[in-house]
Design a binder for this molecule. Structure first.
Ligand SMILES: NC(=O)c1ccc[n+]([C@@H]2O[C@H](COP(=O)([O-])OP(=O)(O)OC[C@H]3O[C@@H](n4cnc5c(N)ncnc54)[C@H](O)[C@@H]3O)[C@@H](O)[C@H]2O)c1
Length: 273
């Protein structure tokens, strides 16, 4: 799909990958609604975009874990620009370190998974009627592999991959396209959340990502995503080595688990020295 002339919504667009996606979408000719819990951050991103491309971006302060706010977001996008063609379910939270308590788990489930399901529920009737629509899920390499140091992040990102797959299987024949973005390290606030948690396992969570491969910039990721959308490719792997890691996991699960335990031991030992 060429994004020129399309209407896009990007959640978590107040910075990081979402901010870069919004800017890139507009450069490629789309109009974009930038939604974020941090309304000021969303407004700053929209202001920077409209400075160069007037009338192409609006900001909406929205908590995607709240159904009423999601409804209002999509209604605002339609009122501002017209029916939504592409929806980037990108907002995400790092979740609690380790096993975690129920409260932070509920937030991680709401933002990293349920917000995707709820947005799809709102968008699909119109998309099916029009015979087209594009859902782009930002999951993570943690959704294919795992996230050392965070059960909630690992599980909710696996769930996001599972939901994206299900959407693609169920509605692919009816014109609905789905892509699932699964990066490893990208230089954003979320990547540094573990490191800043003051917890050894949290620090290992960040180091597990930063030492496993290159840490990309959000702009680099946005470019890769837009190229994948052109090809309507489901799995978007900004770090191509993730495919080989995923193959190894599938080929010999026990060997992969043993390798991951060894990796975690090394990260925790390095933290002590
Ligand atoms: N940075 C990485 O290394 C990395 C790797 C893989 C996947 N991801 C995923 O990329 C996505 C974007 O994260 P990022 O790395 O750009 O980090 P980021 O912290 O820069 O962006 C996340 C954004 O989501 C917003 N957000 C959080 N909860 C929200 C809510 N309830 N409603 C609306 N907005 C909310 C935040 O305010 C923030 O602006 C996330 O889903 C993340 O899990 C990031």
């Amino acid at each position: 799909m060429q994004v020129a002339g399309k209407i896009a919504v990007v959640t978590g667009g107040g910075g990081g990958i979402g901010g870069a996606l919004a800017a890139r979408l507009v450069r490629d000719g789309a109009r974009v609604v930038i939604a974020d819990l941090d309304a000021d951050a969303a407004a700053d991103v929209a202001a920077a975009i409209t400075w160069e491309h007037p009338g192409t971006a609006v900001a909406v302060g929205a908590d995607v874990s709240d159904i009423a706010q999601l409804e209002a977001l999509i209604a605002r996008a339609e009122a501002e620009f017209g029916p939504v063609d592409v929806y980037f379910a990108n907002a995400g939270v790092a979740g609690p370190v380790g096993l975690g308590e129920d409260g932070p788990w509920a937030t991680a489930l709401d933002v990293n998974l349920q917000a995707h399901v709820r947005a799809a529920r709102l968008l699909l009737p119109g998309w099916l009627e029009r015979g087209e629509g594009y859902f782009v899920s930002t999951a993570s390499a943690a959704g294919l592999l795992t996230q050392i140091g965070s059960a909630a992040y690992s599980v909710t990102k696996h769930a996001a991959v599972g939901f994206a797959e299900w959407l693609a299987v169920t509605y692919g024949d009816r014109g609905i396209r789905v892509s699932c973005l699964c990066p490893m390290g990208v230089e954003t606030a979320l990547l540094r959340a573990g490191e800043n948690s003051g917890d050894a396992l949290g620090a290992a969570a960040t180091r597990a990502v930063t030492s496993a491969g290159a840490v990309l910039t959000p702009d680099e990721v946005a470019e890769i995503v837009l190229a994948a959308l052109d090809e309507e490719r489901f799995l978007i792997l900004p770090h191509p080595e993730v495919l080989e890691m995923y193959r190894r996991k599938g080929a010999d699960y026990d060997r992969w688990l043993s390798g991951m335990r060894q990796y975690q031991r090394r990260l925790l030992e390095d933290a002590k020295s």
